[in-house]
Write a protein that binds this ligand. Structure first.
Ligand code: PLP
Length: 442
């Protein structure tokens, strides 16, 4: 397949303007099948492929696979391509930087776009964090690892608290915090010690169980919390619960770490999910959507906390100049838009429209007990895991890309450029997919 460089494209080349879904082969198509066969021989079987999608190019909300089938993407590569696939402004920033400088290790030297991104994150950090400092990494799990180190060193305390259903990553430190699916931890031996888990969203549980029976608060460095659980099922905690955590941390000198790797950068209709509750964390973890698809993550910390010594933490690739330029373009689009609505506002407006459409849809389906969400982080609950899985597969067959999470939820996390028409289209396809599954189950 010939991919036309963006600078040479005219409007008729833009996938974003084409009708999607448009399925031209059976799924998977012949080229996709060839790739899947080759993959099976050489790629790590730990990769848990959910359906046979082999994407070749993307534009806005549209993904085209290697056989020319076009899909409406309500995954955004798992909440990553926040500005839509290959947003011209992001691609232009990447192209420009690629011709100037691909890499120079930012742990040892100064990269202007690294500095600009730290400034940008300081400007948009949750109100109440005060002055911030930022460390840039390559992935969410690295941000979590760095945050564990910083919290332990800053407080001089060994333990951390996380929650049932949490997902913080898969490297050995973050994996000790992750508690969404037992199979993520199975067979890997002892986890990092000093991690305690409490039920998510339940008032008073940390004091009643962990701080009473398991560890004194004076040994706890940090509480790691997703303000909305992602992988765990797109769970929104009860109003006031995050404020309770904040107060508990203040009482005992524990750091509050908001893991906004999935919920951040405008996805929930506010810049950060904690903004909905008016909470200021001590550390804010950013990843996924921050650079529209390039690997980048960040630990944003209150200035007085990020005071570790030179050499205490670093990374060869973290804060790579190309990724930083993509992130600067992304932040600008999310906060200010592209001669139009800021994407954070679009996420709020279209998200509310989508949620309302889904709520209407649930009325007609006994297998859908409810929907929940904020902005473009929306979960559709099903009666059981098998039904959620079957609906995900039926959506794929109809050209809509969605993904399950939690035990029995299908998540909708489209790029923030999604339109109301595309939201309506997704609801119609989902409705059809649910009807097909219900019909089969009957
Ligand atoms: N934290 C949260 C809330 C996440 O959703 C994820 C990934 O899904 C991670 C951390 C880990 O990010 P990564 O896969 O980039 O390591």
């Amino acid at each position: 397949m010939t991919v036309i460089p963006l600078s040479n494209r005219n409007r008729s080349d833009r996938l974003a303007d084409s009708a999607a879904p448009r399925l031209v082969t059976e799924l998977p198509g012949p080229r996709a099948r060839e790739w899947i066969e080759r993959d099976a021989a050489v790629a790590s079987p730990s990769l848990g492929r959910v359906y046979p999608l082999v994407p070749a190019r993307g534009d806005g909300l549209v993904i085209e696979d290697v056989d020319g089938n076009r899909y409406l993407d309500f995954n955004a590569g798992i909440a990553v391509t926040s500005t839509g696939h290959c947003h011209p402004r992001v691609v232009e920033a990447i192209e420009r930087q690629s011709h100037a400088l691909l890499h120079y290790c930012s742990s040892d030297w100064y990269i202007p776009s690294y500095i600009e991104l730290c400034e940008g994150l300081a400007d948009c950090a949750p109100a109440g964090m005060g002055a911030t400092r930022t460390f840039l990494a390559n992935s969410g799990t690295e941000a979590v690892e760095g945050a564990i180190k910083l919290a332990r060193q800053h407080t001089g305390r060994p333990n951390v608290i996380a929650f049932h259903g949490a997902f913080h990553g898969r490297s050995l430190g973050s994996l000790a915090l992750t508690a969404s699916k037992a199979r993520y931890r199975g067979g890997f031996g002892a986890m990092m010690p000093g991690v305690f888990h409490a039920p998510y969203g339940e008032s008073g549980e940390i004091e009643r169980t962990i701080l009473t029976h398991l560890t004194p608060p004076s040994d706890v460095a940090a509480i790691f919390v997703e303000p909305i659980q992602g992988e765990g099922g797109y769970v929104i905690p009860p109003a006031g619960w995050l404020a309770e955590l904040r107060a508990l941390c203040d009482e005992h000198g524990i750091l509050l770490v908001a893991d906004e790797v999935q919920s951040g950068v405008g996805r929930t209709g506010r810049m950060w999910a904690v903004d909905h509750e008016g909470i200021a964390p001590d550390l804010l973890l950013v990843g996924k959507g921050i650079a529209s698809g390039l690997p980048l993550a960040a630990i944003v910390a209150r200035d007085e906390i990020m005071q570790w010594e030179a050499g205490a933490h670093g990374s060869t690739f973290g804060g790579n100049p190309v990724a930083c330029e993509a992130a600067l373009a992304t932040l600008d689009l999310v906060e200010h838009g592209d001669q139009g609505v800021p994407l954070v506002d679009n996420a709020r407006d279209v998200g509310a429209h989508l949620l309302a459409g889904l709520e209407r849809m649930t009325d007609g389906h006994a297998s859908v007990p409810g929907v929940h969400g904020r902005g473009l982080m929306i979960g559709v609950d099903f009666i059981d895991h098998d039904t959620a899985y079957a609906v995900e597969q039926e959506c794929f067959r109809r050209g809509l890309l969605v993904l399950t999470c939690g035990v029995r939820t299908v998540r909708l996390a489209p790029p923030l450029v999604v339109t109301r028409e595309q939201a309506d289209q997704a609801v119609a396809i989902l409705d059809d997919a649910v009807a097909a599954v219900e019909h089969t189950e009957r």
